[in-house]
Ligand binder design. Structure first.
Ligand code: CP
Length: 304
């Protein structure tokens, strides 16, 4: 039995295989409509979500399976003090696979030690979000035809942004990827990611606070939200929240085939006027997330 807690648990070949499957689902949805007939996914969300929870649920429905779960800790027995270990031991009796989001880093890993069904990490605190990374990689490959050799800029909250940490880790396994880190000093990429991933893998990277000075070099611009829920001080959040707002003006110096990604939700960091620009790929990215989750559910359930 296999879970997915960290994107590094999937080899590059497995990731490419999942993208191939997602593309086949897009082209031939009827072929997959019964693949998980009789199976159930439990979505255990201890933290708010729109895309991840609903796309897991849509994914299971589109595979012919069923869904159960909760969308907030307050409506589960966690609110009475039940542990993660006990929760997943019990839910393993009701479902074939579990997708879990939790504000505490490591909670899905603890769940995987105690469950008797596969656990998928649907985001744990500021740590990891591997299925978002699968959505990101699928979008990059579909838009650019490749992942190797691209210059990828990450902009905004690189400190708490779990989607950033997971995607940098995945990209570090591709050849000639260059990383451009754009953030205020207070929200820089954690040094453990720089040391353990970028430096350890010899990935070329630069850090800057100025988006305009680097936007022209980028093939991919990965915008992120400054996450109010990760700050200890409201004052600090208010000071930093509008550090970067991508506007039509800022795109003047960008490549004509730039691909703009954002894991969403967006608050203020991309002007809605950019949504109709062909370079805006973030809603496609959310759609591809559903197909990648379908591919992943089948893989972890051992469905051919
Ligand atoms: N990208 C993402 O994780 O969105 P949700 O928080 O809405 O699930």
């Amino acid at each position: 039995m296999r879970s997915l807690i960290d994107i590094n648990e999937l080899s590059r070949e497995e990731i490419e295989g999942l993208i191939d499957t997602a593309e086949d689902i897009i082209d031939n949805p009827a072929k997959y409509s019964d693949k998980c007939r009789g199976k159930k996914i439990a979505t255990l969300f201890f933290e708010p979500s729109t895309r991840t929870r609903l796309s897991f649920e849509a994914a299971m429905y589109e595979l012919g399976g069923n869904v159960l779960g909760f969308s907030e800790a307050a409506s589960s027995s966690a609110s009475k003090g039940e542990s993660i270990a006990d929760t997943v031991k019990v839910v393993s009796c009701y479902a074939d696979i579990i997708a879990m989001r939790h504000p505490k880093e490591g909670a899905p890993l603890v769940a995987s030690f105690n469950a008797s069904v596969p656990i998928i990490n649907a985001g744990d605190g500021g740590h990891n979000h591997p299925t978002q990374t699968l959505a990101d990689l699928c979008t990059i490959r579909r838009e650019k035809g490749k992942i190797s050799g691209l210059t990828v800029g990450f902009c905004g909250d690189l400190k708490f942004g779990r989607t950033v940490h997971s995607l940098i880790s995945a990209l570090s396994r591709y050849e000639n990827v260059k990383i451009v880190l754009i953030s205020p000093d207070e929200l820089k990429l954690p040094s453990y990611v720089k040391k353990d991933v970028l430096k350890a893998k010899g990935i070329e990277y630069v850090q800057t606070t100025d988006l305009s000075s680097v936007i022209g070099e980028l093939d991919i611009l990965y915008m992120t939200r400054v996450q109010r829920e990760r700050f200890f001080s409201e004052e600090e959040y208010l000071r930093l929240k509008d550090s970067y707002i991508l506007t039509e003006d800022k795109l003047t110096g960008a490549k004509k085939d730039l691909c703009i990604l954002h894991p969403l939700p967006r608050v203020n960091e991309i002007s809605v006027k950019i949504d109709d620009d062909p370079r805006a790929c973030y809603f496609k990215q959310a759609l591809y997330g559903k197909y990648m989750r379908m591919a992943l559910i089948m893989k972890l359930l051992g469905v051919e």
